[in-house]
Design a protein around this ligand. Structure first.
Ligand code: ADP
Length: 345
């Protein structure tokens, strides 16, 4: 017997602005849909109930949806992901899906989904990204000119140590604006799916040595352990960017005077680079989000070390584009080891 609550929930679902629907777990046929689902897709409820999910999803997103549904067979938690659907009039609309499997006798029988139209949000995000990349370029261009004149001035004033000191400070400041703008440009490209990597075969041992040489003056001791024989096929500049980022973090957040150890090794499937410091480490509760955008640890914020929480996010994106993995192991009080792997094939 259906209780009054059942009817209350039903009418509540009818009133929602988000599309709410259920689909059969095996056939992916729609089994129910609310009024907002009709509005979102342009199909009537009757039409939807004779259709499958595959008929309204932009084909390139179908593998994502199938993967999410198969994960549901093992996982009872709700997942959120973005796809595009095709409306009855042929228009493509970006939607955010939250879905949950409904079980009967421990077997998934239906998927309950909520679809939200995110067209407006996507447009705002896109405008914001265009704006950021425009501003970044506008700032970077004069910086190149400033840096050029700084180098000339340094040569002219090579015997005036006081002025040279001032120029070094200006140089450091312009470098940090330049680095920040480069990070912003990388992130905006990543957000719109336009970040590309250009692979070439190279010797990872030499690339690490180059990065170490560029950092030797900033830190006490950086040691390299191990060697790999395999010539890797990857984006050399971007991999150097990852190593540079991890190494400068170890210098910035590690303990003064303690050595930083870079190790490189390989197994049958992958090459692994690890960068270890003996700094304050990162508490367990903060480790999971450490590669997310704008994340800084409470320790870094308290110690007032300068940073923006962009570098590790960029590192993760670069390594993921290479189909590799990046991870952190850290014992608070003893140090942090950041590692990444690159597949050989
Ligand atoms: P940034 O250093 O500019 O803040 P990152 O994305 O490179 O940005 O790092 C994010 C945060 O991770 C840092 O703010 C810091 O809190 C923490 N972190 C990164 N590397 C280390 C490290 N080696 N030791 C301790 N904390 C670190």
């Amino acid at each position: 017997m259906k209780t009054p609550e059942h009817y209350q929930y039903k009418s509540l679902i009818e009133q929602l602005n988000d599309a709410v629907y259920t689909v059969n777990f095996d056939s992916l046929n729609f089994t129910s849909a609310n009024k907002a689902a009709e509005k979102l897709t342009g199909y009537s409820r009757k039409e939807l109930l004779s259709m499958t999910v595959a008929q309204i999803i932009v084909p390139e997103y179908l593998p994502t949806v199938k993967k999410m549904i198969s994960l549901k067979a093992k996982n009872e938690q709700s997942t959120i992901y973005e796809i595009e659907i095709i409306q009855k009039n042929g228009h493509h609309i970006p939607v955010e899906i939250s879905s949950l499997a409904l079980y009967n006798l421990n077997k998934p029988v239906e998927i309950l989904g909520v679809a939200r139209n995110i067209k407006e949000r996507k447009e705002i995000e896109q405008q914001r990204n265009i704006f950021i990349s425009l501003i970044s370029h506008e700032i970077k261009n004069p910086l190149t000119t400033i840096n050029g004149y700084l180098e000339i001035l340094k040569r002219h004033l090579k015997n005036d140590s006081k002025s040279l000191n001032y120029l070094q400070t200006i140089s450091r400041q312009t470098d940090s604006i330049n680095n920040l703008m480069n990070d912003f440009l990388d992130i905006t490209q990543m957000k719109v799916g336009k970040f590309r990597i250009f692979k070439e075969p190279f010797d990872l041992n030499l690339a690490i040595k180059e990065v170490m040489e560029a950092h030797n003056s900033d830190s006490g001791e950086i040691m390299l352990k191990g060697k790999v024989k395999t010539i890797i096929n990857a984006d050399r500049n971007r991999i150097c960017q990852v190593i540079t980022n991890l190494l400068s973090n170890s210098i910035k957040y590690g303990s003064d005077g303690e050595p930083i150890i870079i190790s490189v090794k390989e197994n049958t499937k992958e090459l692994i680079v690890q960068i270890a410091d003996s700094g304050p480490g990162i508490p367990k509760s903060e480790q999971k989000q450490i590669f997310d955008l704008f994340v800084r640890t409470r320790g870094a914020l308290n110690s007032k070390t300068k940073g923006h929480g962009l570098g590790l996010f960029i590192c993760r994106e670069i390594i993921t584009l290479h189909k590799g993995k990046i991870w952190l192991e850290s014992i608070p009080g003893q140090g942090s080891t950041f590692s990444f792997s690159l597949p050989k094939h």
